[in-house]
Design a protein around this ligand. Structure first.
Ligand SMILES: [Zn+2]
Length: 167
């Protein structure tokens, strides 16, 4: 089902790319996040940027995030079970674009990076987890992304995952 959705929605049978998980936390939660330790997350709307260029590409990775990981590997795996994964945005572009995507989210009004180093152990970004004041609009995100880097601004697809459909 997920594979069909991914493949039918793709431009050129793209199997690798960048994605954003849209996670809502209903209440303030303290979570142990691997080496980052125990962290308090306030209730609200979070967007996490990742890249899927390994074996299995986007399909394997998005499938991984869709479920609640039994043995957490990435920082987001620790936070994921505490929220509702409403949807995933994804696009076919190069691996280095994930940093531009994080910057693009930060351009949205009310955006912040509450946890330094979250998901960005292997890059120079402050964080790949962005807290948003409200649900972002894809058009607004793409507007900022295009201004940051046209090369990193492909068509962005949306895959609904859990809960009520986003407005
Ligand atoms: Zn980065």
């Amino acid at each position: 089902m997920l594979r069909e959705k991914l493949m039918s929605a793709s431009d050129t049978n793209c199997a690798k790319g960048i994605y954003i998980l849209h996670l809502t936390l209903a209440s303030t939660t303290r979570v142990h996040v691997g080496r980052l330790g125990r962290i308090g997350f306030s209730a609200g709307y979070y967007a996490y940027v990742g890249r899927a260029f390994g074996p299995g590409g986007l399909f394997a990775r998005l499938n991984h995030h869709r479920r609640r990981a039994a043995s957490p590997h990435w920082h987001i795996d620790f936070l994921r079970p505490h929220g509702v994964l409403e949807k995933i945005w994804w696009g076919c572009t190069s691996p280095t674009c994930e940093h531009s995507w994080a910057q693009g989210l930060m351009k949205l009004r009310g955006a912040s990076m509450p946890v330094r180093g979250f998901g960005s152990s292997d890059c120079r970004c402050e964080s790949h987890l962005i807290r948003l004041a409200r649900r972002p609009r894809r058009a607004a995100f793409r507007y900022h992304l295009r201004r940051l880097s046209a090369d990193c601004s492909p068509t962005i697809r949306c895959l609904p995952i859990e809960g009520p459909p986003p407005p």
